[in-house]
Design a protein around this ligand. Structure first.
Ligand SMILES: [Zn+2]
Length: 254
């Protein structure tokens, strides 16, 4: 692990990262807007359990990173097969895949799909390998995934599979956790980092509302809208997303 010298810390939280908001300040006052230009293009991978998780959890941050010239990949553990009442798994998967593709188009992200099934996610030897192989091939600089304390089993499994791959890949990328439907799904989430998403809030909303099959109007109002405002209050801006950075990340981005 690189020495966490003061110089590195400063660079981490400075313009070279481009994503200055993902700097190291553990306090809400550390919130800063994205907007600095990076010295190099970064690969950012977001792994969520279902179509709509990456977008609702960190769609604003994804939009900011993409606008900053970074490559953003939105990966889905399942295609949301169980998520539309009255539709077969195959029909729901098709509808929700299309919604995810539409959301990714808005956020300027590339979509990727694993082969797990919504509501029946597994942790097996082969599933570990599937996520490991994917992340090894993508070779990201930063990965975002679910916080593992979550009432939804798919979210927990997603988080653990990514965490295991991160360990096996020698912590070569920085690992951040996002929150979804806090209280109802994500729980016990003490943020270490905030991102001011005020400038891209409309883009984030458009991406999230692409998931029309998910009754997004009420879900968004009851959870994510409240979350982005509350996190904004904590971070002294209008709208924010909150993250927990794993403190064993290797600080590759300096
Ligand atoms: Zn989900």
């Amino acid at each position: 692990m690189k020495n966490m010298t003061r110089r590195n810390l400063l660079k981490m939280s400075g313009a070279s990262l481009g994503i200055v908001a993902l700097g190291l300040s553990p306090l809400p006052s550390g919130a800063k807007s994205l907007g600095g230009k990076s010295e190099r293009k970064l690969k950012i991978v977001v792994v969520g359990g279902h179509p709509d998780d990456p977008e609702t959890g960190c769609g604003g941050t994804m939009a900011l990173l993409a606008a900053d010239g970074h490559e953003v990949v939105s990966a889905y553990l399942t295609k949301g097969e169980a998520g539309i009442q009255g539709k077969s798994y195959a029909e729901a998967a098709q509808i929700r895949t299309n919604e995810a593709l539409e959301a990714c188009k808005i956020l300027n992200a590339r979509a990727a799909f694993f082969s797990q099934i919504d509501g029946s996610s597994e942790i097996t030897h082969d599933r570990y390998i599937e996520v490991y192989d994917f992340l090894k091939k993508e070779n990201p600089d930063v990965v975002f995934t679910h916080w593992p304390i979550d009432r939804h089993r798919d979210h927990r499994i997603c988080s653990i599979l990514v965490y295991d791959a991160w360990l096996k890949l020698n912590r070569e990328f920085d690992l951040y956790y996002f929150e979804v439907e806090s209280g109802g799904q994500t729980q016990n989430f003490p943020p270490t980092n905030f991102v001011d998403i005020s400038s891209v809030i409309e883009k984030k909303h458009a991406a999230c509302y692409s998931h029309v099959s998910q009754d997004m109007a009420s879900v968004y109002r009851d959870y994510h809208e409240a979350m982005e405002k509350f996190r904004g209050m904590q971070a002294n801006c209008k709208y924010a997303e909150a993250f927990i950075k794993h403190n064993h990340s290797k600080l590759k981005i300096v």
